[in-house]
Design a protein around this ligand. Structure first.
Ligand SMILES: C[S@@+](CC[C@H](N)C(=O)[O-])C[C@H]1O[C@@H](n2cnc3c(N)ncnc32)[C@H](O)[C@@H]1O
Length: 264
């Protein structure tokens, strides 16, 4: 867990360079714009005000404005390096009037009640240990009738992780606080969300990750090594190999989540 804003960042400049080389400029999670579009499928974002929690390097926040017509999007993250990259990207794309990026320590969200039509998040909520507090906060900042739509890395159960899962999480070396889809849904219902739905993305990512590993070991290896060094890439190849085992077993469960804040 990241305790303060000034703790050593987990997503430092090297991590950003590595993940963007693998997943695309501005993306620190898999699937690119197509997967983001699937997360918000069927929702109308045009003219809406959106919060992107754990926005990372900002590519998705910008995509929600550029390609879904959001009126305004705020990208929020606890780490400084990602927010600095995201801000530069918004300026470069000429979107600083419709997109802003906010950095603050973990804890209560630094936004007033009922500020957003939509709260979005992509593969960031696994870093937040207290799921009940997290969804109470998301519920608070949503307007009545507002929607929550997210993708998130989960574990298939809330028991003791398998030795393969422990090995994978240790290989990542990141502050993962994984919980099951059912645990997330429970936290959402406790917070007051209605129409809570879950969509399993393991079958999709299991195959995508296999391709990522092949590209990392093969065609991407020289360019990514030039960007971050061979030791960094080799470590990540080992991490991807450990991840593939828990994707194949089904214990690693990338999942989409949806819910609605009832009116009144
Ligand atoms: C895997 S990256 C995903 C970034 C971005 N959503 C994307 O898909 O490109 C996870 C992000 O969650 C952020 N994060 C970690 N703890 C957080 C917290 N408590 N609240 C919000 N964001 C957090 C990290 O700093 C990082 O930028």
């Amino acid at each position: 867990m990241i305790e303060t804003a000034d703790a050593e960042p987990e997503y430092d400049d090297t991590a950003i360079r590595f993940l963007e080389a693998l997943w695309g400029d501005g993306y620190l999670s898999p699937g690119g714009p197509d997967e983001v579009d699937r997360v918000v499928e069927g929702l109308s974002l045009a003219g809406k005000t959106i919060l992107d929690i754990g926005c990372g390097a900002g590519g998705i926040t910008l995509h929600l404005v550029e390609h879904h017509g959001a009126a305004h999007a705020i990208g929020f993250d606890v780490e400084r390096p990602v927010i600095e990259v995201a801000r530069r990207r918004a300026v470069a794309r000429g979107l600083s009037d419709r997109v802003s990026f906010v950095q603050a320590p973990p804890g209560p969200l630094p936004f007033t009640d009922a500020s957003f039509d939509v709260v979005f998040s992509k593969d960031a909520l696994l870093h937040v240990p207290d799921k009940d507090a997290l969804f109470a906060e998301i519920f608070r900042v949503l307007k009545p009738g507002g929607m929550f739509a997210a993708s998130n890395w989960m574990i298939s159960h809330d028991g003791e992780p398998s030795s393969e899962m422990k090995a994978y999480v240790a290989a990542e070396g990141l502050s993962f606080a994984m919980a099951s889809p059912e645990r997330y849904a429970l936290a959402m219902r406790r917070a007051g969300f209605a129409d809570v739905t879950i969509r399993d993305r393991n079958p999709w990512y299991r195959e995508v990750a296999r391709g990522e590993l092949e590209r990392l070991k093969g065609p991407l290896y020289p360019t990514v090594t030039a960007a971050v060094g061979a030791a960094y890439v080799d470590k990540n190849i080992r991490t991807w190999e450990a991840m593939q085992k828990v994707l194949d077993s089904g214990e690693h469960r990338p999942t989409h989540l949806r819910g609605r804040k009832p009116v009144g």
